[in-house]
Ligand binder design. Structure first.
Ligand code: NAI
Ligand code: MG
Length: 363
């Protein structure tokens, strides 16, 4: 099958790490292993420089028509004075909103070769492979009312509102259960039903979805605070964790630090399944930003970007075996002691962005 990809490198190291994905795509096409049709587009500051907006309608149309969007990173001080609506991040936010990307997937994988760069002990993280599924378009970040009012007595009051409708919980739960089936077959749902009504509904809906359609998957509930504790105490007890927007934001950043550098962390954002085609909108991007401090120097670690492409292979393009091979190649390169500067350790050979891309491809 032919797969249509939209490549949006963005700014700073976004273009450098995307070049390594292109190298891989070209090789896979040349070998006849896959057939990708790629288009390039501008996003962020690069788009502002060309068109005075953070992403054009034409590029959005290409995003809608693609099987997956592969996104680099946006931002930089060059654009600090552009109008708020056209700031680089606005391109990313529009993509998430217009494509309806409600599920954010953040894997935390600890490559054995990097187990000593974790903030935790080797035995706690070695071989770790968990997936945090964060609800991305609802909850307290978006709920109304959202206000600061002057109470007139020298006091002010801030209000944020946590809102979840059952359909939002239902669809994120399904994403988590579907993922679990392709992994360790276990889902841990985290909320705080002891103090929050949204937690009561969350637990209820997840339990219902499980009973109805996913009895073959193991389901467990944890309160988000003690869940956070368990994540640091013994993270290998988890397979897939599903949680709301706020708890997911915090828990996924904690999980990220179990495994080492920002330059190693991929992510995916998924939308609803189209009833007609059976496909879902999706975007894959590294967790890191445009890293202006190292941009243009060949220092960027392309692994987060390559692993994000690997997630696209697995979750949007039905090429799970190829994704496994890519992950194995990354692990093999690291095991050989080849490192970009951000993950260098004693006795390792420090290589550039493109050398890392080449080394992974060779494996
Ligand atoms: P950052 O993630 O760009 O960089 C943080 C630190 O990690 C820097 O020291 C950087 O050199 C290092 N780093 C990041 N990725 C790396 C990689 N692949 N290899 C080696 N080292 C790496 O975050 P920062 O500095 O806070 O933001 C820089 C710009 O990026 C800002 O304009 C910010 O708004 C934007 N940003 C964009 C994101 C996105 O496009 N999704 C996410 C985060 C920040
Ligand atoms: Mg965060």
């Amino acid at each position: 099958a032919t797969h249509k990809l939209l490549l949006l490198p963005g700014d700073g190291i976004g273009t450098e790490v995307m070049a390594e994905v292109k190298r891989l795509i070209d090789w896979l096409n040349a070998q006849g292993i896959a057939h990708f049709e790629t288009e390039d587009g501008l996003v962020g500051g690069a788009s502002y420089d060309a068109d005075k907006v953070a992403i054009t309608d034409a590029t959005m149309a290409k995003a809608h028509a693609s099987d997956a969007v592969i996104f680099g990173a946006v931002g930089g001080s060059k654009w600090s004075a552009v109008p708020y609506e056209a700031r680089p991040e606005a391109g990313l936010l529009r993509l998430r909103k217009d494509l309806g990307l409600f599920a954010n997937l953040r894997p935390a994988v600890c490559y054995p070769a990097l187990a000593d760069s974790s903030s935790l002990k080797r035995e706690v993280v070695e071989g770790l492979d968990i997936m945090i599924v964060r609800e991305l378009t609802g909850g307290v970040y978006f709920g109304e009312p959202k206000t600061i009012t002057d109470l007139g007595n020298g006091q002010k009051r801030a209000v944020d509102t946590q809102v979840y409708d059952s359909y939002e919980i239902d669809r994120i739960a399904r994403v988590a259960f579907d993922l679990a089936r392709k992994r360790g077959n276990k889902v841990t749902s985290m909320e705080k039903h002891n103090v929050m009504k949204s937690g009561v509904l969350w637990k209820e809906v997840v339990t219902e979805v499980h009973a109805k359609d996913y009895k073959d998957v193991q389901l467990e509930h944890q309160l988000a605070d003690s869940g956070g504790m368990n994540l640091v105490k013994w993270p290998k007890q988890f397979d897939v964790i599903v949680t709301d927007n706020l708890f997911g934001d915090i828990l996924s950043d904690i999980a990220a630090m179990l495994t080492g550098s920002l330059g190693m962390l991929p992510s995916a954002s998924l939308g609803a399944v189209d009833a007609k085609t059976g496909k879902r909108k999706s975007m894959y991007e590294p967790v890191h930003g445009s890293a202006p401090d190292i941009a243009g120097k060949g220092l960027a670690n392309p692994v987060a970007m390559l692993a994000s492409f690997g997630m696209a292979l697995r979750y949007s393009l039905d090429m799970g075996e190829l994704a496994d091979k890519l992950d194995a190649a990354i692990a093999a390169v690291l095991a050989k002691g080849l490192r970009t500067a951000d993950i260098k350790s004693e006795g390792a050979t420090v290589i550039s962005t493109s050398q890392m891309g080449e080394a992974v491809l060779k494996e």
